[in-house]
Ligand binder design. Structure first.
Ligand code: GTP
Length: 528
């Protein structure tokens, strides 16, 4: 379990990843926020534009109807003065149609519904009785009116505008009416059609029954479509805007306005998709402009991440090498430029120093003999490892205090210990600086003489023997030691047999009467 928790990622990677992630998230956030704000703004602007546009067209259409009514009123006044004058009637309907260009056709109908004059005359309706609903409505209403758009006898979708004709003495004489052909070229068509099809905005006009009176797609004229807004909303707001989904299955942004005189509704539409098209470009632009900044930020944060993590990373690496020599100096060289790293660095250095101190003490305790302070066998083994590694020749002196048992027996163990200590001092004094003295256990000692040739080794061994023999030890007096000497040369193989040779030589020295030096491979000489 613990193994699984072992971290594999280092701090530098983590901080860098964190920096990259936060920059990416920030960028994504900024893009999303821009997208949302811009989307809302585009939709709102388009809705408002369409509303304003529909309102403008509706008021233009309203103005047109009022103008048409006043033109008809003027003619009605003229005709009312002499209703029997057919020529006057004809010239008035011709004038109305040709001069004003407001109507596709103009007619004067008498109070019984008979056509008294018509323009163009090609319609050949003069003298005929008009049975259309609009005509009946006009005759009944005896007031200015705009009829419901309907299909004419000549299969035209027409809208009929009429004004009553009164005689000077107030008799109702009939009405003068103009028609507009909604499917054909008419002033209304020109008015609506010329305006707009830029940037995918389209337009349609419906009457109060939702019959299409004008549409960009001419085939839709005359059809009935689903109401854009309910009547209540229309009554409350003469114009407005909304997003709709039902038209042609595509989401549309619609602005609408009513034409009060006719009860028509003008609707300007733009697909939501087209409206939002600039967003893609905008986002791309934002992204394009952000990239250098993002890269710079990324670079800066990576450098910063490295700067922050670097001291901790270096300290962590050194933490695995605390026992190695010089690690404290390496840690000291690490640039810890902020408080936490400096504190960790200081704590690590203090820890290393105290650890190394402890290890050093433990080592010397482990490698030295507590009674004499000389190296023990373990210490000797380190020295031998070194000699083996450096392939230096050396001499071995195996030494043993003569008749030591007697000393113990005569003066006690403590005095025996003091003798051992004294011999150790003498051995140290008689040895060279490069020689290694070691207590081999009990009253036995070993001396390693690196680089010593046989003659030098013999001289030193003899010097050691004499110095001990000549020294007088308190209480005990004179003592002696026996020494066996052997040599090891590079290429001689393992050390073991050479220590055995030194031991054998020591054994010979003892047998030969003690207090003497025997070189391995030679016969013990009698003491001089
Ligand atoms: N005081 C003291 N005595 C020790 C110590 N280690 C060993 N001895 C004693 O040293 C004596 C060694 O005696 P032996 O090995 O018989 O040899 P010897 O009396 O020195 O005689 P030779 O070596 O033959 O000259 C024993 O009595 C041990 O108890 C020690 O650390 N302190």
């Amino acid at each position: 379990m613990i193994g699984r928790l072992r971290p594999r990622t280092d701090l530098r990677t983590l901080i860098t990843l964190l920096a990259v992630a936060s920059i990416v998230i920030t960028l994504a956030n900024a893009l999303y926020a821009t997208w949302r704000v811009q989307r809302a703004e585009l939709i709102e602007n388009t809705l408002e534009n369409n509303r304003v546009y529909a309102a403008k067209l509706a008021s233009t259409t309203e103005l047109f109807f009022q103008l048409a009514q006043s033109q008809l009123r003027f003619s009605a006044n003229t005709i009312g003065k002499d209703f029997d004058d057919d020529a006057l009637l004809q010239s008035e309907v011709d004038r109305l149609r040709e001069q004003t260009s407001s109507f596709n056709s103009v007619a004067v109908i008498d109070a019984n519904g008979f056509v008294r004059a018509i323009s163009p005359e090609s319609l050949t309706l003069k003298g005929m009785h008009l049975d259309s609903d609009s005509s009946h409505a006009a005759l009944t209403a005896r007031a200015p009116m705009i009829g419901k758009p309907s299909i004419s006898a000549a299969n035209n979708l027409i809208v009929f505008i009429s004004t009553p004709i009164w005689s000077r003495d107030g008799r109702y004489l009939g009405y003068v009416g103009g028609t507009l052909y909604l499917k054909k070229k008419s002033i209304l068509n020109s008015l609506l059609g010329e305006q707009y099809y830029r940037d995918d905005t389209s337009l349609y006009v419906v009457d109060s029954d939702n019959q299409v009176l004008y549409h960009q797609n001419g085939k839709r004229v005359g059809q009935t479509i689903a109401p854009l807004v309910d009547d209540k909303t229309l009554d409350a707001n003469k114009n407005g805007a909304l997003e709709i989904d039902h038209l042609d299955n595509a989401s549309m942004l619609a602005g609408y306005a009513t034409v009060p005189t006719a009860g028509w509704l003008v609707v300007a539409l733009k697909p939501t998709l087209t409206t939002l098209q600039p967003l893609t470009g905008l986002l791309f632009n934002v992204l394009r402009h952000s990239v250098p900044f993002v890269l710079l930020t990324l670079l800066a944060s990576m450098v910063l991440a490295r700067l922050i993590a670097s001291p901790l990373w270096q300290l962590a690496r050194r933490a695995g090498q605390m026992e190695e020599p010089g690690v404290s100096e390496e840690i000291g060289a690490i640039r810890s430029w902020y408080f936490e790293a400096a504190q960790i660095k200081r704590a690590m250095r203090t820890g290393i120093l105290s650890m190394q101190d402890k290890i050093g003490r433990l080592r010397s305790e482990v490698q030295s003999d507590p009674l004499t302070g000389l190296l023990n066998r373990r210490g000797l083994s380190s020295v031998l490892d070194y000699l083996l590694a450096t392939q230096q020749p050396f001499a071995i002196l195996a030494m043993d205090i003569d008749h030591f048992k007697r000393i113990n027996d005569n003066w006690g163990h403590d005095v025996g210990d003091r003798v051992i200590q004294q011999v150790a001092i003498e051995l140290n004094n008689a040895s060279r600086q490069t020689d290694v003295v070691c207590r081999n256990g009990g009253e036995e000692f070993l001396m390693i003489l690196p680089g010593a040739q046989p003659e030098i080794a013999r001289t030193i061994a003899e010097r050691v023997r004499q110095s001990i023999f000549q020294s007088s030890i308190e209480q005990v007096g004179q003592i002696s030691i026996s020494i066996g000497v052997s040599f090891w040369q590079p290429g001689d193989g393992p050390f073991g047999p050479f220590f055995k040779q030194a031991d054998d030589a020591l054994y010979q020295a003892k047998h030969a009467g003690r207090n003497r030096v025997v070189i391995a491979g030679t016969v013990a000489e009698p003491l001089l």
